[in-house]
Design a protein around this ligand. Structure first.
Ligand SMILES: NC(=O)c1ccc[n+]([C@@H]2O[C@H](COP(=O)([O-])OP(=O)(O)OC[C@H]3O[C@@H](n4cnc5c(N)ncnc54)[C@H](O)[C@@H]3O)[C@@H](O)[C@H]2O)c1
Ligand SMILES: O=C(O)C1=N[C@H](C(=O)O)CCC1
Length: 233
């Protein structure tokens, strides 16, 4: 498979390594713009760029009939626009706030726990995410997905960084060293706490999930999620 990388930073480089190990060829490494690209050489594009760049990168792939996988976070105000654009133009697109298998299992666990906690008003939920100091966005895309997973199954009415209202889920975002990504969901009452936690040990899990998504999307049309790719419940 001929892969174009949009974004050749920490993730782009890790994806290159794993893609080559799996027998794929990297045909483009785009790190500052996409003016003179030959889209006809690409079977699929993988975008791990920046919050400011992701939308245009994804749109240009759809315009050129190249299936696109995006893991870039921090641009979700334009997500619905891209979904509509992809569907109108019969493109192929997958976004995931987190491509790792472990986190996608964690998302399912989070939804299951939220359903059980729905009527237990003595427990207040909160989220904590810890990432490296170079991260541009906060809270992390993964923390937002976790919050949305809880909101879908409970009476919480949104999320807020740091100081939530009574009906909001509080998210605390910490930036420490080179932490690849740690997420904790905590339900606390006056007598006890229940915690679930995912800890990434490195970036390989994110990169492998993105390459697997790129392999999976070939030949398909539509907007998909990692739940489709991994066939999770
Ligand atoms: N979904 C996931 O599983 C997952 C995992 C890790 C990181 N991420 C996200 O992926 C993104 C990239 O993470 P990273 O750690 O590689 O960051 P990084 O800063 O190391 O790399 C981003 C690269 O994008 C480049 N860039 C800037 N403008 C560009 C443009 N117009 N087109 C293409 N590239 C451009 C930058 O020069 C930089 O090299 C971030 O949004 C991060 O939150 C997602
Ligand atoms: O390193 C990052 O940046 C990460 N971003 C994603 C997020 O915002 O959730 C996934 C974890 C790593």
């Amino acid at each position: 498979m001929k892969i174009a990388l949009f974004g050749y930073g920490k993730m782009g480089k890790m994806i290159e390594r794993l893609a080559v190990e799996r027998g794929h060829e990297i045909v483009a490494k785009i790190d500052v713009g996409n003016e003179a690209l030959d889209f006809s050489k690409m079977d699929v594009a993988i975008d791990f760029s920046t919050p400011d760049a992701a939308y245009e990168n994804i749109k240009s792939c759809i315009d050129n009939n190249v299936p696109v996988i995006s893991g870039t976070t921090g641009w979700l105000s334009k997500f619905d626009t891209i979904v509509d654009y992809c569907e109108e133009n019969e493109g192929a697109f997958i976004y995931a706030s987190n491509f790792s298998l472990g986190v996608n299992i964690f998302f399912e666990l989070n939804a299951y726990l939220a359903k059980m906690m729905k009527n237990l008003s003595q427990y207040k939920v909160s989220l904590e995410e810890i990432h490296h100091t170079q991260k541009l966005d906060a809270p992390s895309g993964t923390a937002i997905t976790l919050a949305e997973g809880i909101i879908a199954h409970t009476d919480y009415n949104g999320w807020k960084l740091d100081e939530p209202g009574d009906d909001q889920i509080g998210i605390s975002a910490k930036r420490i060293g080179d932490t690849p990504g740690t997420h904790t969901v905590d339900y606390t009452s006056s007598v006890d706490s229940i915690e679930i936690k995912h800890t990434a040990h490195n970036r390989k899990g994110f990169a492998l999930g993105a390459v697997i998504a790129a392999e999976w999307i070939l030949g398909k049309t539509g907007v998909f999620t990692m739940k489709d790719v991994l066939n999770l419940g």
